[in-house]
Design a protein around this ligand. Structure first.
Ligand SMILES: Cc1ncc(COP(=O)(O)O)c(C=O)c1O
Length: 372
């Protein structure tokens, strides 16, 4: 069997930066301070600086980041939140945990991100039956949504925009990082993400102090500085060990994204013309969390990859509105979700992570080419 090429490689980063990571983690372990300490404070400052936001609040996961972003903006029970059906289930779990009802609308066929036209139609269609308060825009695969259009629609209908940046650390729109356009940005540090912890982790970026202050309280039982709960909260802390690890990974992130882009450009130029490469909306830089091709030959290509011991994935095989937990149970796009359903049949994720060698990239290309 040939050497395995993984779709993503969480362990490779540890091996690459081992000495630095071990030293930092040993320091935290010996300190006895494991929660809400100096590593978290420094990480929050450094991540806010990286994104260009005023505030950053570390939380326990990307799902919690969505929930607590909405709760901090006073969106919850009795409200509705619109998002795309073509996303990780986590986006919808995060909305539901806030108490709000998710409404799922279709994507643009070429970019896989929420279609502003469908969004506006859904707002008009559902505005009598639901108290729509926010839109969660998912920058899927690392490609920013049509932010200008979404911001205009949100302004006109007085809705809050929350950006789901779980897959888009380092992506920009008009030269500005995602996570700074909406009322809040929700990030995940799940081990395969562009910025990854070695377990669960997440963060919320804000520009406004009241929402950031509320998130700080919500992540610890609603406590104020005197440990009195003036509001009801939960436990969603980003611990010191993960924060220390993330600080090291954050220093490497810009270079790692450069490498992701380099690999994506090689795929763009060398994959056969029969497949559709990831799109690029005009004013964006893609963070290439995933390299997702669109093809009617998915079965043959995935077989060719497996035959050569190369990992692949489908993000995501079933649209949320067709999964048993949600089918027929939540409101969906009044015009239907055909583009989401077609995408789910045709998308295929190829290996993409900063530790892939040029030789490995060439092997992936050769395996895909062998089908044509
Ligand atoms: C688009 C999207 N949103 C939200 C999440 C939730 O992140 P987490 O797994 O850290 O809860 C993920 C990651 O799984 C994701 O890909």
């Amino acid at each position: 069997m040939r050497e395995r090429i993984e779709l993503s490689a969480p362990g490779a980063a540890y091996l690459q930066y081992k000495a630095e990571i071990d030293q930092s983690l040993e320091k935290v372990l010996a300190s006895g301070r494991y929660l809400i300490g100096p590593e978290l404070t420094k990480f929050e400052q450094e991540f806010a600086a990286f994104v260009g936001s005023t505030f950053c609040v570390g939380v326990a996961s990307g799902t919690d980041a969505i929930t607590l972003a909405l709760s901090s903006l006073n969106v919850g029970a009795g409200d509705a939140v619109i998002t795309a059906s073509h996303t990780a289930v986590a986006t919808v779990s995060g909305i539901e945990a806030s108490g709000a009802v998710p409404i799922l609308v279709d994507i643009e066929a070429d970019t896989y991100t929420i279609d502003p036209v469908r969004l506006e139609l859904a707002i008009r269609h559902y505005s009598k039956a639901y108290s729509i308060k926010a839109v969660v825009a998912v920058h899927l695969y690392g490609m920013p949504c049509a932010l200008e259009e979404l911001l205009l629609i949100c302004k006109e209908h007085k809705l809050l925009l929350v950006e789901d940046c779980a897959q888009a650390h380092g992506a920009t729109y008009n030269g500005r990082a995602v996570g700074t356009f909406g009322a809040a940005g929700a990030f995940s540090f799940y081990p395969t993400k562009n910025l990854a912890a070695f377990g669960d982790g997440g963060a919320i970026t804000f520009d406004q102090s009241p929402a950031a202050q509320k998130a700080l309280a919500l992540r610890q039982y609603g406590w104020d500085e005197t440990r009195i709960s003036n509001i009801r909260g939960t436990n969603s802390r980003l611990d010191e060990v993960q924060a220390a690890f993330l600080r090291i990974r954050l220093k490497k992130l810009a270079n790692e994204i450069v490498r992701r882009r380099e690999i994506a450009e090689t795929y763009n130029t060398e994959l056969p013309s029969e497949i559709v490469a990831p799109p690029l909306r005009h004013p964006v830089t893609h963070a290439y969390h995933l390299y997702v091709i669109n093809t009617e030959h998915r079965a043959k290509i995935s077989q060719a990859l497996s035959d050569d011991n190369i990992g692949w994935g489908i993000h995501y095989p079933a649209p949320i509105h067709l999964q048993p937990a949600y089918q027929g149970r939540i409101p969906i796009d009044p015009c239907g979700l055909e583009r989401t359903e077609v995408a789910a049949q045709r998308i295929l994720s190829l290996p993409l992570h900063p530790f892939l060698t040029d030789g490995q990239v060439a092997r992936v290309i050769k395996a895909v080419r062998s089908v044509f």
